[in-house]
Design a protein around this ligand. Structure first.
Ligand code: NDP
Ligand SMILES: O=C(O)C1=N[C@H](C(=O)O)C[C@H](O)C1
Length: 248
């Protein structure tokens, strides 16, 4: 498979080495310094593009792939509010987009079990729930895309919560006391070089249930992105990474 890498930072570099180890070829590598090389013509040399850039650049990169007719796997987070419009654009263009807030197998298992757990907790209303995420200090967005997916899994299955709200510790955010009983708090922490830790916490007066995923490094995210590219390259439409898994 010929791959265009859009974004050659921490993730782009690991994806390159995993893709090469799986006998794929990197035909285009785009970063901030060589954006002028990101043209429809250059993109069309690739079978698929893998996009891990920044919240400010991801939408232009998706649009260009749709124009070029090249399937794109998008790992960049921080554009959650544009998801519906991108889905519509993809459908209108007859293109291919696969988006995932987290490509690791472990987190996708976590997403699935999180929904089952939320459903169970409807029967135990004396537990309150919150989500906590910890990432490295270079992260541009908060809450993390993964935390948003976890929160949506809870909101879809736990009747007591109606919307999520975010507090970034150390940032200009509302007081914790301002969070109402029907709001699901996502607490974000930025610490050193943490690759990504997500915890769902159900707390009652007598005990606490913690459901936690800890990434030890970025290899699981990167392998998942390459597997997603292999999976989607001959498909058409808008997909989520969760479409790749069948946990039934
Ligand atoms: N879905 C998932 O499983 C995962 C998602 N992510 C997400 O992926 C994204 C990237 O993460 P990460 O690699 O750690 O971040 P990095 O900051 O290490 O890499 C992003 C790279 O994109 C470059 N860039 C800037 N502008 C453009 C452009 N127009 N086109 C292409 N590239 C550009 C940046 O260059 P410069 O530094 O010079 O600005 C930088 O090298 C983030 O949104 C992160 O949240 C991360 C891990 C897993
Ligand atoms: O920025 C990161 O590093 C990560 N971003 C993704 C997110 O926002 O959820 C996935 C992973 O947690 C690492």
């Amino acid at each position: 498979m010929k791959i265009a890498l859009l974004g050659y930072g921490k993730m782009g570099k690991i994806i390159e080495s995993i893709a090469l180890s799986r006998q794929h070829q990197i035909v285009l590598k785009i970063d901030k310094d060589n954006q002028h090389e990101l043209t429809v013509e250059n993109l069309q040399q690739a079978d698929v593009a893998i996009e891990f850039s920044t919240p400010g650049t991801v939408l232009d990169n998706i649009n260009l792939c749709l124009e070029a007719g090249v399937p794109i796997v998008v790992g960049t987070t921080g554009w959650h509010n544009m998801l519906a419009s991108v889905q519509q654009k993809c459908q209108d263009a007859g293109g291919t987009v696969l988006y995932g807030t987290n490509f690791s197998v472990g987190v996708n298992i976590f997403f699935h079990v999180n929904k089952l757990l939320a459903k169970i907790m409807n029967n135990y209303p004396y537990y309150d729930v919150q989500v906590e995420e910890i990432h490295h200090v270079q992260k541009l967005d908060s809450p993390s895309g993964t935390a948003i997916t976890i929160a949506e899994g809870i909101l879809d299955n736990l009747d007591a919560k109606k919307e999520w709200v975010n507090i970034l510790t150390g940032g200009p955010t509302p007081e914790e006391s301002a969070v109402t009983a029907d709001q699901l708090l996502i607490e974000s922490h930025r610490i050193d070089s943490v690759p990504g830790t997500h915890t769902v916490i159900y707390d009652s007066e007598v005990d606490t249930i913690e459901f936690k995923h800890t990434a030890h490094n970025r290899n699981g995210f990167a392998l998942g992105a390459v597997l997603a590219a292999e999976w989607v390259q001959d498909k058409q439409g808008f997909y989520s990474v969760e479409d790749m898994f069948n946990f039934q």
